[in-house]
Design a protein around this ligand. Structure first.
Ligand SMILES: [Zn+2]
Length: 654
């Protein structure tokens, strides 16, 4: 999901933020406490951060067929889920998510909406009353090679449904099917993740959280059943998807995955252009603005669009008669190809707007594939919608009003989520930073790469940014999204972990060691469910560094850094013998020490001391091998470390 535009770092974050907090201090034993890891390792997760010999993920394969009723704004149909229990335990019951139930008047998420003001995730005054209507829920077992169907013994509680099984589902590969007939009314504004946007040529339906989905059963907690409240995203298992959407014939439907029946569902002209696009590096228009206005391809009745996506956590789709549709080929690694596509209304076309979307989709995905891990899906669709920015496998919803750097940024961000959490399947509902923070980090590199830095011009002021990210109102990165103050979500889950990973890469480990470890983390945990500790352990093992101090300061606690020069003098009071710079670490975070100096004759130099200088207390005297009086000394002149008070970083000769 896209963070709101919070990062306008200006001088407005003034010193009152700093002095509102309690008196800081530094306890080196708290930072370098040798007992960092809370979890004992076992056969599921190993001490080096890799999945163990008994590691498992359960599997959920989905077959879905729905119809879109554009008058009632209703989705109705049937989902058949084939669930495989790969765990070593027989299961007496299973849990499913019914995320549409957030949009009922009775939901916990609705109850939690602020009485005054507007939340991004909903509105206390909304009278919309949606939610899944379950027409029937059936359990299908195979007994002696024959399918036996029975009604489910089910309990629905808020956004979850338990199905209690009459016989346990066998361990180590036991299979069962669930068939659910359901419908729901699509919310116009669904927690900024699904919705309906009006345009001059018809509504845009952006459809997500649109079918009952299996909760994850894992080795950490068993069933993961946190309710969907709006702020926290999703935690889902992998499987194959085969889904069909029946919509009025004048609509274009964009969906996750391969459009299986393109020839059947498209007009001959559209099909010819669709084929041309899949071989073109330049964007090819499949349905033009003019054809949308004239209704060139409109026919009476309905069309059924059939999509397939393999080894994914989820699928989503969008439908509209207003869609201009264009596409181009993506050139992935190992000779693999894919189709980048965009669907958007006339209002979004032109003036550095959505007519460049496909170019952005293609560039972002090709770049991430090259740098980190090959894009696994056959296509990628960017949908213009009334949603700020939201990701699903092989399809994303971005705001139809985005343009220029904004449209690049949101497109790059949402497709960056392909790697976190679509490929590396961390638990977004609990640890939002493991997808948003990692994604923000890779977005920074991607934006530098795009079109010779077309959109990378904006430089942030370090001091202002740090006062903001580490201010007294900030919260820890390791906070669960639902427990964060809404205005802190952007800093705690996106900017701060994104910055921290960049710092770890550029200053602490160096790109060579970091990139090896980070790629290894992706490779080890692709299509699996890493916990924070698996990430920390992998990075430490692969980079060969004890980073507990870094994880504590940046991720686990809300610690702050304040390095200060307190004294500069000379060895035996003789400048020819060198200088002694006393630096104090005034707050609980510590970082390596960079000391830059200029001598009276204008010579400059820099000394870099490692983190270990802070292991024995809050004061470090750095010797400089200078031979003449100093003019000035500055700590961390480029403000790469998150020092919240840079006024005490400088010394000048009087
Ligand atoms: Zn995001």
């Amino acid at each position: 999901m896209l963070k709101r535009a919070i990062l306008t770092f200006t001088g407005v974050f003034t010193a009152f933020f700093l002095f509102a907090q309690e008196k800081p201090g530094y306890d080196h034993h708290a930072l370098f406490d040798p007992n960092f890891y809370p979890s004992s390792v076992n056969e599921f997760r190993l001490s080096d951060g890799s999945p163990g010999p008994k590691y498992f993920t359960n599997r959920a394969d989905y077959e879905i067929a729905v119809a879109l009723d554009t008058v009632q704004k209703k989705v109705s149909g049937t989902v058949t889920i084939t669930y495989t229990n790969n765990s070593p335990t027989a299961l007496d019951f299973v849990w499913l998510y019914l995320d549409q139930n957030l949009f009922t008047q009775e939901s916990r998420g609705q109850a939690k909406m602020p009485a005054t003001g507007r939340s991004r995730y909903g509105d206390a005054n909304s009278s919309f009353d949606g939610g899944f209507k379950l027409e029937n829920v059936q359990v299908i077992r195979t007994v002696n090679g024959k399918a036996v169907t029975g009604n489910a013994n089910k309990v629905v509680t808020d956004t979850r449904m338990q199905i209690r099984l009459d016989q346990p589902l066998a361990a180590n590969g036991g299979k069962i099917q669930f068939r659910i007939k359901y419908n729901y009314i699509v919310p116009a504004y669904g927690s900024d993740r699904t919705g309906i946007q009006k345009t001059q040529n018809g509504d845009i339906f952006a459809i997500a959280q649109w079918y009952p989905r299996m909760c994850v059963y894992d080795d950490v907690l068993g069933w993961n059943t946190l309710p969907y409240l709006g702020a926290s995203e999703f935690y889902l298992d992998y499987g194959n998807f085969d889904f069909k959407v029946t919509a009025p014939s004048n609509m274009v439907v964009g969906g996750s995955g391969n459009l299986v029946n393109a020839k059947e569902v498209l007009s001959p002209t559209e099909y010819q252009r669709y084929v041309k696009a899949s071989g073109s590096d330049k964007t090819v228009i499949i349905r033009s603005a003019d054809e949308v206005t004239k209704g060139t391809f409109n026919k009476p009745g309905t069309r059924t669009w059939h999509f397939k996506l393999e080894n994914a956590r989820d699928v989503a789709w969008a439908a509209s008669a207003a869609f201009i549709w264009d596409a181009a080929r993506m050139n992935l690694q190992d000779g693999k190809k894919g189709l980048a596509q965009s669907v958007y209304p006339i209002e979004s076309n032109g003036n550095n707007g959505w007519e460049r979307s496909t170019e952005y989709v293609k560039a972002a995905i090709e770049g991430y594939s090259k740098r980190w891990f090959n894009y696994p899906y056959p296509s990628a669709v960017n949908v213009a919608s009334n949603i700020g920015g939201m990701e699903y496998p092989a399809i994303v919803f971005c705001n139809s009003r985005s343009k220029g750097a904004g449209l690049w940024g949101v497109t790059d961000h949402e497709f960056g989520h392909t790697w976190f959490p679509m490929i590396v399947g961390s638990d977004e509902r609990k640890y939002g930073w493991m997808d948003e923070g990692f994604n923000t980090f890779i977005n920074g590199i991607s934006t530098k790469d795009f079109n010779n830095g077309e959109y990378s011009g904006r430089q942030r002021s370090g001091a202002g940014m740090y006062r903001f990210l580490f201010g007294p109102n900030s919260e820890t990165v390791m906070s669960t999204p639902d427990a964060l103050n809404e205005r802190n979500i952007g800093t705690a889950l996106y900017s701060k972990p994104g910055y921290a990973l960049g710092l770890l890469r550029d200053q602490i480990l160096g790109p060579e060691r970091f990139d090896y470890a980070f790629r290894l983390y992706i490779d080890r945990w692709k299509y699996k469910h890493p916990a924070p500790w698996d990430f920390f352990r992998t990075m430490e093992n692969a980079a060969g560094e004890d980073l507990a101090w870094f994880w504590k300061g940046m991720f686990v606690y809300n610690w702050r850094l304040d390095q200060a020069i307190t004294e500069v003098k000379y060895v035996d009071n003789d400048p020819a013998k060198g200088a002694l710079v006393t630096v104090k670490n005034l707050d609980q975070m510590a970082m390596p020490l960079y000391v830059q100096y200029t001598t009276q004759s204008g010579k400059t130099g820099m000394v870099k001391a490692p983190i270990e200088v802070w292991q024995n207390g809050d004061t470090w005297i750095q010797k400089l091998k200078t031979t003449e009086p100093l003019k000035s000394v500055v700590i961390d002149p480029d403000a790469v470390f998150p020092d919240i008070n840079q006024d005490n970083n400088k010394w000048e000769a009087k």
